[in-house]
Write a protein that binds this ligand. Structure first.
Ligand code: COA
Length: 320
Protein backbone atom coordinates (compact mmCIF):
# COMPACT_ATOMS: atom_id res chain seq x y z
CA UNK A 1 0.00 0.00 0.00
CA UNK A 2 1.42 3.38 -1.01
CA UNK A 3 0.21 6.44 0.87
CA UNK A 4 0.23 9.79 -0.91
CA UNK A 5 -0.55 13.36 0.17
CA UNK A 6 -3.56 14.52 -1.85
CA UNK A 7 -4.31 18.22 -2.37
CA UNK A 8 -7.85 18.16 -0.97
CA UNK A 9 -8.48 21.91 -1.20
CA UNK A 10 -6.92 25.37 -1.32
CA UNK A 11 -7.66 28.88 -0.15
CA UNK A 12 -6.09 32.32 -0.16
CA UNK A 13 -6.44 35.74 1.42
CA UNK A 14 -5.27 39.26 0.64
CA UNK A 15 -5.24 42.43 2.72
CA UNK A 16 -8.09 44.82 1.97
CA UNK A 17 -5.91 47.66 0.72
CA UNK A 18 -4.77 47.46 -2.94
CA UNK A 19 -1.93 49.80 -3.84
CA UNK A 20 -1.28 50.65 -7.50
CA UNK A 21 2.05 51.61 -9.07
CA UNK A 22 0.77 55.16 -9.55
CA UNK A 23 0.05 55.39 -5.84
CA UNK A 24 3.63 54.30 -5.02
CA UNK A 25 4.99 56.84 -7.52
CA UNK A 26 3.54 59.58 -5.31
CA UNK A 27 6.03 58.75 -2.55
CA UNK A 28 9.10 57.23 -4.31
CA UNK A 29 10.90 58.17 -7.54
CA UNK A 30 9.37 55.54 -9.83
CA UNK A 31 6.65 55.18 -12.45
CA UNK A 32 3.95 52.74 -13.50
CA UNK A 33 5.71 52.38 -16.88
CA UNK A 34 9.08 51.38 -15.29
CA UNK A 35 7.52 48.88 -12.87
CA UNK A 36 5.31 47.23 -15.50
CA UNK A 37 8.11 46.98 -18.07
CA UNK A 38 10.75 45.59 -15.68
CA UNK A 39 8.53 43.37 -13.51
CA UNK A 40 4.99 42.97 -14.87
CA UNK A 41 3.63 44.22 -11.52
CA UNK A 42 0.61 46.58 -11.64
CA UNK A 43 -0.59 46.44 -8.02
CA UNK A 44 -0.03 44.76 -4.67
CA UNK A 45 -2.05 44.38 -1.44
CA UNK A 46 -0.66 45.91 1.73
CA UNK A 47 -1.68 44.86 5.25
CA UNK A 48 -3.43 47.50 7.33
CA UNK A 49 -3.96 47.81 11.04
CA UNK A 50 -5.14 44.50 12.51
CA UNK A 51 -4.04 42.51 9.47
CA UNK A 52 -1.06 40.29 10.28
CA UNK A 53 0.61 37.18 8.92
CA UNK A 54 -1.52 35.09 11.31
CA UNK A 55 -4.85 36.72 10.39
CA UNK A 56 -4.16 36.35 6.66
CA UNK A 57 -2.98 32.75 7.17
CA UNK A 58 -6.09 31.92 9.20
CA UNK A 59 -8.40 33.37 6.53
CA UNK A 60 -6.63 31.36 3.80
CA UNK A 61 -6.73 28.20 5.94
CA UNK A 62 -10.47 28.55 6.59
CA UNK A 63 -11.13 28.81 2.84
CA UNK A 64 -8.90 25.81 2.12
CA UNK A 65 -10.72 23.70 4.73
CA UNK A 66 -14.10 24.77 3.29
CA UNK A 67 -12.96 23.90 -0.25
CA UNK A 68 -11.77 20.49 0.97
CA UNK A 69 -14.99 19.93 2.96
CA UNK A 70 -12.90 19.11 6.02
CA UNK A 71 -13.56 20.20 9.59
CA UNK A 72 -10.71 22.00 11.37
CA UNK A 73 -10.91 19.37 14.14
CA UNK A 74 -9.53 16.78 11.71
CA UNK A 75 -6.28 18.71 11.20
CA UNK A 76 -3.33 16.98 12.90
CA UNK A 77 -0.51 19.04 11.35
CA UNK A 78 0.00 22.73 10.53
CA UNK A 79 3.16 23.77 8.72
CA UNK A 80 3.34 27.51 8.09
CA UNK A 81 6.00 29.05 5.88
CA UNK A 82 6.86 32.65 6.66
CA UNK A 83 9.75 35.08 6.99
CA UNK A 84 7.50 37.65 8.66
CA UNK A 85 6.04 35.90 11.74
CA UNK A 86 3.66 37.73 14.09
CA UNK A 87 6.12 37.23 16.94
CA UNK A 88 9.73 36.01 17.16
CA UNK A 89 8.14 33.13 19.04
CA UNK A 90 5.87 31.22 19.41
CA UNK A 91 5.39 30.00 15.86
CA UNK A 92 2.68 31.76 13.85
CA UNK A 93 1.34 28.25 13.11
CA UNK A 94 0.20 28.03 16.74
CA UNK A 95 -1.72 31.31 16.40
CA UNK A 96 -3.52 29.86 13.37
CA UNK A 97 -4.18 26.66 15.33
CA UNK A 98 -5.73 28.67 18.16
CA UNK A 99 -7.80 30.85 15.80
CA UNK A 100 -9.16 27.71 14.11
CA UNK A 101 -10.07 26.20 17.52
CA UNK A 102 -7.84 23.15 17.07
CA UNK A 103 -6.94 21.99 20.57
CA UNK A 104 -4.17 19.51 19.77
CA UNK A 105 -2.07 19.05 16.66
CA UNK A 106 1.55 19.43 15.53
CA UNK A 107 2.15 23.08 14.56
CA UNK A 108 5.35 24.83 13.55
CA UNK A 109 6.81 27.41 11.16
CA UNK A 110 9.30 26.92 8.37
CA UNK A 111 11.66 29.72 7.30
CA UNK A 112 12.95 29.47 3.75
CA UNK A 113 11.73 32.91 2.62
CA UNK A 114 10.24 32.83 -0.90
CA UNK A 115 10.81 29.04 -1.18
CA UNK A 116 9.12 28.54 2.18
CA UNK A 117 5.94 27.02 0.78
CA UNK A 118 7.88 24.42 -1.21
CA UNK A 119 9.84 23.51 1.94
CA UNK A 120 6.64 23.35 4.03
CA UNK A 121 4.87 21.24 1.41
CA UNK A 122 7.77 18.82 1.24
CA UNK A 123 7.90 18.46 5.05
CA UNK A 124 4.14 17.83 5.24
CA UNK A 125 4.28 15.40 2.30
CA UNK A 126 7.06 13.43 4.00
CA UNK A 127 5.20 13.37 7.34
CA UNK A 128 2.03 12.13 5.64
CA UNK A 129 3.82 9.47 3.61
CA UNK A 130 5.71 8.39 6.75
CA UNK A 131 2.51 8.02 8.76
CA UNK A 132 3.17 11.00 11.06
CA UNK A 133 0.10 12.96 9.92
CA UNK A 134 -3.17 12.37 8.06
CA UNK A 135 -4.65 15.82 7.52
CA UNK A 136 -2.26 18.73 7.11
CA UNK A 137 -2.72 22.43 6.62
CA UNK A 138 0.22 23.81 4.65
CA UNK A 139 0.27 27.59 4.61
CA UNK A 140 2.44 30.33 3.11
CA UNK A 141 1.74 33.73 4.65
CA UNK A 142 3.64 37.01 4.70
CA UNK A 143 3.48 40.69 5.54
CA UNK A 144 6.64 41.80 3.73
CA UNK A 145 5.34 45.39 3.76
CA UNK A 146 6.56 45.49 7.39
CA UNK A 147 10.21 44.76 6.45
CA UNK A 148 10.37 46.88 3.30
CA UNK A 149 12.45 50.04 3.17
CA UNK A 150 9.76 52.28 1.69
CA UNK A 151 12.42 54.78 0.59
CA UNK A 152 14.31 52.21 -1.53
CA UNK A 153 12.70 52.24 -4.98
CA UNK A 154 14.74 49.23 -6.10
CA UNK A 155 12.88 46.95 -3.65
CA UNK A 156 9.71 48.64 -2.37
CA UNK A 157 7.85 48.34 -5.67
CA UNK A 158 8.38 44.57 -5.86
CA UNK A 159 6.62 43.10 -2.82
CA UNK A 160 3.11 42.62 -1.44
CA UNK A 161 1.31 40.85 1.42
CA UNK A 162 -0.98 37.81 1.36
CA UNK A 163 -1.52 34.18 2.26
CA UNK A 164 -2.29 30.89 0.57
CA UNK A 165 -3.09 27.48 2.01
CA UNK A 166 -3.56 23.88 0.96
CA UNK A 167 -5.17 21.00 2.83
CA UNK A 168 -3.31 17.73 2.28
CA UNK A 169 -4.88 14.41 3.19
CA UNK A 170 -3.42 10.90 3.31
CA UNK A 171 -4.84 8.59 0.66
CA UNK A 172 -3.80 5.03 -0.08
CA UNK A 173 -3.08 3.79 -3.59
CA UNK A 174 -4.23 6.95 -5.33
CA UNK A 175 -2.98 8.14 -8.70
CA UNK A 176 -3.38 11.72 -7.45
CA UNK A 177 -1.30 13.70 -4.97
CA UNK A 178 2.25 14.90 -4.57
CA UNK A 179 4.48 12.80 -6.82
CA UNK A 180 7.90 14.34 -6.20
CA UNK A 181 9.63 17.23 -4.47
CA UNK A 182 13.15 18.65 -4.78
CA UNK A 183 14.74 21.18 -2.41
CA UNK A 184 18.06 23.04 -2.39
CA UNK A 185 19.94 25.71 -0.46
CA UNK A 186 23.24 27.52 -1.01
CA UNK A 187 24.12 29.79 1.91
CA UNK A 188 27.02 31.44 0.08
CA UNK A 189 24.55 33.93 -1.40
CA UNK A 190 23.31 35.43 1.88
CA UNK A 191 24.34 38.98 0.92
CA UNK A 192 22.38 39.07 -2.35
CA UNK A 193 19.00 38.98 -0.59
CA UNK A 194 18.67 39.41 3.16
CA UNK A 195 17.22 41.45 6.02
CA UNK A 196 19.72 43.73 7.79
CA UNK A 197 18.50 42.90 11.29
CA UNK A 198 17.83 39.91 13.49
CA UNK A 199 17.18 38.75 17.03
CA UNK A 200 20.69 37.51 17.79
CA UNK A 201 22.67 40.06 15.74
CA UNK A 202 21.27 43.58 15.93
CA UNK A 203 18.26 42.93 18.13
CA UNK A 204 16.14 44.75 15.55
CA UNK A 205 13.74 43.50 12.92
CA UNK A 206 15.65 45.11 10.03
CA UNK A 207 14.76 45.89 6.42
CA UNK A 208 14.98 43.87 3.22
CA UNK A 209 18.10 44.42 1.06
CA UNK A 210 18.61 42.95 -2.39
CA UNK A 211 20.99 42.98 -5.35
CA UNK A 212 18.16 42.47 -7.83
CA UNK A 213 20.01 41.83 -11.06
CA UNK A 214 22.24 39.15 -9.46
CA UNK A 215 19.23 37.44 -7.88
CA UNK A 216 17.56 37.49 -11.28
CA UNK A 217 20.51 35.71 -12.94
CA UNK A 218 20.64 32.92 -10.33
CA UNK A 219 16.84 32.54 -10.30
CA UNK A 220 16.48 31.58 -13.96
CA UNK A 221 19.31 29.00 -13.81
CA UNK A 222 18.25 27.42 -10.48
CA UNK A 223 14.53 27.34 -11.22
CA UNK A 224 14.90 25.71 -14.62
CA UNK A 225 17.24 23.08 -13.09
CA UNK A 226 15.02 22.24 -10.10
CA UNK A 227 11.91 22.03 -12.29
CA UNK A 228 13.66 19.49 -14.50
CA UNK A 229 14.90 17.59 -11.43
CA UNK A 230 11.41 17.29 -9.87
CA UNK A 231 9.79 16.30 -13.18
CA UNK A 232 12.51 13.63 -13.73
CA UNK A 233 12.05 12.35 -10.16
CA UNK A 234 8.33 11.89 -10.87
CA UNK A 235 9.26 9.86 -13.98
CA UNK A 236 7.54 12.40 -16.24
CA UNK A 237 8.60 14.84 -18.93
CA UNK A 238 8.04 18.56 -19.50
CA UNK A 239 5.39 17.79 -22.15
CA UNK A 240 3.26 16.03 -19.46
CA UNK A 241 2.91 19.26 -17.46
CA UNK A 242 -0.50 20.97 -17.63
CA UNK A 243 0.35 23.96 -15.39
CA UNK A 244 3.44 25.48 -13.88
CA UNK A 245 2.65 27.51 -10.77
CA UNK A 246 5.81 29.54 -10.19
CA UNK A 247 6.87 31.84 -7.41
CA UNK A 248 5.58 35.23 -8.54
CA UNK A 249 8.64 37.49 -8.32
CA UNK A 250 8.95 39.03 -11.73
CA UNK A 251 7.16 38.31 -15.03
CA UNK A 252 10.51 38.35 -16.83
CA UNK A 253 11.84 35.52 -14.58
CA UNK A 254 8.69 33.49 -15.33
CA UNK A 255 9.10 34.02 -19.08
CA UNK A 256 12.83 33.26 -19.10
CA UNK A 257 12.42 30.09 -17.00
CA UNK A 258 9.58 28.79 -19.19
CA UNK A 259 11.63 29.50 -22.33
CA UNK A 260 14.67 27.68 -20.90
CA UNK A 261 12.50 24.60 -20.26
CA UNK A 262 10.62 24.77 -23.56
CA UNK A 263 7.30 25.28 -21.77
CA UNK A 264 4.60 27.28 -23.59
CA UNK A 265 3.84 30.58 -21.80
CA UNK A 266 0.09 29.74 -21.76
CA UNK A 267 0.86 26.87 -19.32
CA UNK A 268 2.34 29.23 -16.72
CA UNK A 269 0.04 30.69 -14.03
CA UNK A 270 0.82 34.42 -13.65
CA UNK A 271 -0.59 36.53 -10.82
CA UNK A 272 2.42 38.79 -10.20
CA UNK A 273 0.58 41.64 -11.98
CA UNK A 274 -2.01 41.84 -9.18
CA UNK A 275 -0.13 40.47 -6.13
CA UNK A 276 3.55 41.39 -6.70
CA UNK A 277 6.01 39.18 -4.81
CA UNK A 278 4.31 37.83 -1.67
CA UNK A 279 7.27 35.57 -0.78
CA UNK A 280 6.14 32.28 0.81
CA UNK A 281 2.49 33.10 0.04
CA UNK A 282 2.97 33.50 -3.69
CA UNK A 283 2.83 29.87 -4.88
CA UNK A 284 -0.27 28.76 -2.90
CA UNK A 285 -1.94 32.11 -3.66
CA UNK A 286 -1.37 31.71 -7.42
CA UNK A 287 -2.44 28.06 -7.23
CA UNK A 288 -5.71 28.97 -5.48
CA UNK A 289 -6.49 31.76 -7.94
CA UNK A 290 -5.99 29.36 -10.87
CA UNK A 291 -8.14 26.64 -9.25
CA UNK A 292 -10.95 29.07 -8.50
CA UNK A 293 -10.96 30.66 -11.98
CA UNK A 294 -11.14 27.19 -13.55
CA UNK A 295 -7.70 27.02 -15.15
CA UNK A 296 -6.39 24.20 -12.93
CA UNK A 297 -8.76 21.21 -12.90
CA UNK A 298 -8.84 17.89 -11.07
CA UNK A 299 -6.50 15.43 -12.79
CA UNK A 300 -4.13 18.13 -14.11
CA UNK A 301 -0.41 17.65 -13.66
CA UNK A 302 0.97 20.70 -11.90
CA UNK A 303 4.48 21.79 -11.05
CA UNK A 304 5.18 24.32 -8.29
CA UNK A 305 8.50 26.14 -8.02
CA UNK A 306 10.17 28.91 -6.04
CA UNK A 307 13.46 30.51 -5.17
CA UNK A 308 14.32 32.91 -2.36
CA UNK A 309 16.83 34.33 0.07
CA UNK A 310 19.55 31.99 1.27
CA UNK A 311 19.50 31.12 -1.56
CA UNK A 312 16.89 28.42 -1.17
CA UNK A 313 14.92 26.91 -4.03
CA UNK A 314 12.65 24.00 -4.73
CA UNK A 315 9.95 22.40 -6.87
CA UNK A 316 7.09 19.94 -6.46
CA UNK A 317 5.15 17.84 -8.96
CA UNK A 318 1.56 16.89 -8.17
CA UNK A 319 -1.46 15.35 -9.86
CA UNK A 320 -4.29 17.57 -8.61
N1 COA B 1 11.74 52.90 -10.62
C1 COA B 1 12.51 53.52 -11.52
N2 COA B 1 13.78 53.20 -11.72
C2 COA B 1 14.31 52.21 -11.00
C3 COA B 1 13.56 51.53 -10.03
C4 COA B 1 12.22 51.90 -9.85
N3 COA B 1 11.40 51.29 -8.95
N4 COA B 1 14.34 50.59 -9.47
C5 COA B 1 15.54 50.69 -10.05
N5 COA B 1 15.53 51.67 -10.96
C6 COA B 1 16.62 52.11 -11.81
C7 COA B 1 17.96 51.77 -11.23
O1 COA B 1 18.35 52.75 -10.30
C8 COA B 1 18.84 51.75 -12.45
O2 COA B 1 19.17 53.05 -12.78
P1 COA B 1 20.66 53.42 -13.29
O3 COA B 1 20.83 52.63 -14.55
O4 COA B 1 20.57 54.89 -13.50
O5 COA B 1 21.57 52.98 -12.19
C9 COA B 1 17.92 51.21 -13.53
O6 COA B 1 16.58 51.39 -13.04
C10 COA B 1 18.13 49.76 -13.86
O7 COA B 1 18.22 49.04 -12.64
P2 COA B 1 18.49 47.48 -12.64
O8 COA B 1 18.54 47.03 -11.23
O9 COA B 1 19.64 47.14 -13.54
O10 COA B 1 17.16 46.97 -13.34
P3 COA B 1 16.75 45.51 -13.70
O11 COA B 1 16.34 45.44 -15.11
O12 COA B 1 17.75 44.49 -13.20
O13 COA B 1 15.43 45.31 -12.85
C11 COA B 1 14.66 44.27 -10.84
C12 COA B 1 15.49 45.39 -11.45
C13 COA B 1 14.79 44.33 -9.33
C14 COA B 1 13.22 44.43 -11.24
C15 COA B 1 15.19 42.90 -11.36
O14 COA B 1 16.59 42.84 -11.21
C16 COA B 1 14.61 41.74 -10.64
O15 COA B 1 13.42 41.49 -10.72
N6 COA B 1 15.44 40.94 -9.96
C17 COA B 1 15.00 39.77 -9.26
C18 COA B 1 14.42 40.19 -7.97
C19 COA B 1 13.66 39.10 -7.33
O16 COA B 1 12.95 38.39 -7.98
N7 COA B 1 13.81 38.99 -6.04
C20 COA B 1 13.09 38.12 -5.23
C21 COA B 1 13.51 36.73 -5.42
S1 COA B 1 12.65 35.82 -4.24
Amino acid sequence: MTVRAIIAGSGSALPVRRVTNDELAQTVDTSDAWIVERTGIRARHIAGEGETTATLATAAARKALAAAGIDAAAVDLIVLATATPDQTFPATATKVQDALGIVDCVAFDVAAVCSGFLYALSVADNMIRGGGARTALVIGAETFSRIIDWEDRTTCVLFGDGAGAMVLTAEADSDRGILATALHADGRHNQLLYVDGGVSTTGTVGKLRMKGSEVFRHAVVNLAAVLREAIDKAGLSVTDVDWVVPHQANARILDATARKLGLPAERVVVTVDEHANTSAASVPLAFDVAVRDGRIRRGDLIVLEAMGGGFTWGAAVARY
